[in-house]
Design a protein around this ligand. Structure first.
Ligand SMILES: NC(=O)c1ccc[n+]([C@@H]2O[C@H](COP(=O)([O-])OP(=O)(O)OC[C@H]3O[C@@H](n4cnc5c(N)ncnc54)[C@H](O)[C@@H]3O)[C@@H](O)[C@H]2O)c1
Length: 352
């Protein structure tokens, strides 16, 4: 898979201690890459990064990406060939509580990574992770395409739209001529999977309640979201990274990696499926919001990735939740066993 591009390549992941970054590190290790992670320390001992013992498997540097000089020095020291930028203040609610940190981390942090790439000759490919929330939500019933208008009414969404503009400006201004670095931005939906213990995220909230035998409390049960298992967008990022590395410039620019429309499911249906897979548990809805479709649900049109990258989602909704709950069920096991289960899921996924 991925034409063996990652074997023995030095790859920097920013945000390796986070949920998606830690899964990406595991997958890259499986592909034979030499992984260097740059981020803040993990937040809890249950985070996927800690639970899988990643600190013993990759080189990790605790570094705030807002420090541009330090970041450039690290890139010069490690000379990566491929970069995946995931580090971010990734929670919408926190964006309201601390907009300054959200903008400085997400926007200036991204500019700092772009600068580090620009000044590091070894870099051939860079993938910048933003979000489906970078689009201006125009309440369309059809999917948003890569060239649709950017926007965002809250600080998190707007900061990510700003990242998109920064990436596009670097492609046009610096990285589209003689430079050997090809970069792209990627937009995915609501990602779920084992080892995510973030606050105010539906799956961690469900699992925390189930572990304590408390009812799962749903504030917005009728909200429809584009659920994806973490391996789905990561497979797109890896595919794109390999093509940027080998085939170059025609893959630069923005890409959507959303789920199929069948994975647009209500929060309540998701919670019910989690309970079913967990084996027991109950749900308490704070409101009677049971409408199946909200007017303003935004979903991604993935035609570009399907046609040009031959990428497509592989897991249906049942598999998405089954993989996820299985990954939480091993939480109490030893690090080696948790790591091995992640690898098993990656192999199973690659074989589909
Ligand atoms: N989880 C989702 O559903 C989802 C959906 C769409 C997009 N995204 C995007 O994917 C990326 C990863 O998301 P996640 O869910 O893994 O988030 P996460 O909160 O689990 O991890 C965030 C990572 O960023 C690092 N980080 C935060 N601030 C930093 C700073 N100032 N300097 C250095 N590192 C810093 C953290 O240490 C951590 O490693 C983010 O860019 C996020 O916006 C996530």
């Amino acid at each position: 898979m991925f034409d063996n591009i990652y074997k023995d390549k030095k790859v920097i992941i920013t945000g390796d201690t986070g949920f998606k970054g830690s899964w990406l590190a595991i997958w890259l290790l499986k592909l034979g890459a030499d992984v260097v992670g740059i981020s803040l320390p993990p937040q809890t001992l249950r985070d996927n990064y800690v639970a899988c013992g990643l600190s013993e498997r990759i080189a990790h540097i605790d570094q705030d990406i807002r420090d541009d000089e330090a970041l450039c020095k690290l890139f010069a020291e490690y000379n990566p060939e491929i970069v995946f930028h995931l580090a971010a203040q990734a929670i919408v609610l926190e964006g309201y509580q601390d907009p300054h940190n959200t903008y400085s981390t997400n926007f200036m942090g991204t500019v700092n990574v772009l600068e580090a790439i620009r000044h590091t000759k070894s870099v051939k490919a860079g993938v910048f992770i933003t979000t489906d929330k970078c689009y201006e939500n125009r309440e369309w019933v059809y999917g948003y395409r890569e060239n649709d208008r950017l926007g965002g009414n809250d600080p998190y969404s707007a900061s990510k739209a700003a990242c998109e503009m920064a990436v596009a400006s670097y492609i046009h201004s610096f990285l589209n001529g003689t430079s050997s670095a090809n970069i792209a931005s990627v937009r995915a939906g609501n990602v779920i999977g084992g080892g995510d213990w973030g606050e105010n995220r539906i799956i961690p909230d469900c699992i925390r309640a189930l572990e304590k035998n408390d009812p799962i409390i749903l504030r917005n049960p009728g909200a429809v979201r584009p659920w994806q298992h973490v391996l789905e967008p990561l497979s797109g990022y890896l595919k794109l990274g390999s093509l940027l590395y080998s085939d170059g410039k025609t893959f630069a620019g923005p890409w959507n990696f959303g789920p199929s429309s069948k994975n647009m499911i209500t929060v309540k249906e998701l919670a019910e499926k989690v309970v079913e897979n967990w084996g027991h548990g109950s749900i308490l809805c704070e409101t009677e919001n049971s409408e199946k479709f909200e007017a303003n649900v935004l979903h991604l049109d993935i035609s570009k990735a399907v046609n040009r990258l031959k990428w497509q989602p592989k897991l249906d909704f049942d598999d998405t939740v089954r993989y996820t709950v299985d990954e939480y069920k091993v939480s109490a096991k030893k690090r080696e066993a948790i790591y091995e289960q992640r690898i098993e899921h990656i192999i199973k996924y690659m074989d589909i």
